[in-house]
Design a protein around this ligand. Sequence first.
Ligand code: ZN
Length: 57
Amino acid sequence: MRFCPICGSPNIDWVLPQDWSRWKCKECGYIGTLIVEDGKIADEIRKEYLKKHVNKK
Ligand SMILES: [Zn+2]
């Protein structure tokens, strides 16, 4: 399982199917090579991201 390092979402995909080194997050728009593969870390990122997101309103 892979997660976005910015928002912790599992909703990520390759920018190009033939380029497996670059990822794109469909939720926050992140594009990059860094990806989180640890579910626990992703969970923490997710919590922090949602907290910030809620605080903006
Ligand atoms: Zn994201």
